[in-house]
Design a protein around this ligand. Structure first.
Ligand code: NDP
Length: 258
């Protein structure tokens, strides 16, 4: 297996990066750190307040260092036609895309499978799986055409551990991993590199929903988690179709012991 220092921020000057779920949590910090590394970030989420906060931070950093820019895209990823339009809009405005971070996700509910409501199950599959496929389809030609295209798909240890009460979420992450690995195989003879991330535990709204009894202060801040991910967007990455385990700090195609 290979390892690399993804904690050292790559130079992303001139790179255009689409980051979903950029209004809070891990995606917010991936977007912020990619901008600090020089990228122009297209930040997608529903919550305009969170996107504007990100934009303020990126503008302040730009004023200090001259690096980074953001374009905000308020979009509900359940809006499949909206996702379809996004690829075309990026093509029209910039004529390229270098980086995709498919980070947005929902937990749904922690409950026995027999107690899960249909609309909750559908929502988890829609946002975590169908929207990811639709987004990949929307930007695939742009990413293949980039000189060093990079795609990063956020998964979870739940995809492999399949714990009691995590059924819908675990199923969605297993599905999105399979999708990403198929895409990696399809694109292996292009410059595009597609990798999956298991971010481990991070102090976010989703984690608090999953584990309400837990003291958030004991968990890594999402900025730390993001710092273990952004290196996958760097031009030196050669791996594709692998799972990057943030806690282990290496690619791992095996199930992490617990
Ligand atoms: P948060 O709940 O903090 O953030 C989720 C992000 O996804 C928000 O920006 C939210 O934006 C966006 N999002 C959710 N639904 C939609 C939608 N319908 N349309 C557009 N955007 C949407 O989650 P985390 O930061 O914790 O999680 C980020 C990723 O990491 C997820 O894929 C998650 O499964 C994964 N992960 C997280 C772990 C953790 O411990 N935190 C552990 C393992 C995996 P908005 O609501 O504004 O639309």
């Amino acid at each position: 297996e290979s390892s690399l220092d993804v904690t050292s921020s790559p130079n992303l000057t001139g790179r255009l990066a689409l980051v979903t779920g950029a209004s809070r949590g891990i995606g917010y910090h991936i977007a912020k750190q990619m901008a600090a590394a020089g990228a122009h970030v297209i930040a997608v989420a529903r919550t305009v307040g969170g996107l504007e906060e990100l934009d303020d931070e990126i503008k302040a950093e730009h004023a200090r260092t001259g690096k980074g820019e953001a374009t905000l895209v308020p979009l509900d990823l359940a809006d499949m036609a909206g996702i379809d339009r996004l690829g075309g809009a990026i093509h029209e405005r910039w004529g390229k895309l270098d980086i995709l971070v498919a980070n947005a996700g929902v937990l749904g509910v922690i409950a026995p499978i027999g107690h899960v409501e249909a609309k909750v199950f559908d929502k988890v599959m829609t946002v975590n799986v169908t929207a990811s496929w639709r987004l990949i389809r929307s930007v695939d030609p742009l990413l293949r055409a980039a000189d060093a295209g990079r795609a990063i798909v956020l998964s979870s240890g739940a995809a492999h551990s399949a714990r009691a009460y995590w059924g819908p979420y675990a199923a969605s992450k297993a599905a999105v991993e399979a999708l990403a690995r198929s895409w990696a195989d399809e694109t292996k003879n292009t410059p595009l590199r597609v990798n999956i991330v298991n971010p481990g535990v991070a102090r976010t709204a989703m984690r608090a929903q999953a584990m309400p009894g837990e003291d958030p202060e004991t968990l890594p801040h999402p900025s730390e988690t993001a710092a273990g991910i952004v290196g996958l967007a760097g031009p030196d990455i050669t791996e594709t179709g692998k799972i990057w385990d943030v806690e282990l700090g290496r690619f791992a195609s095996w199930q992490k012991p617990r």
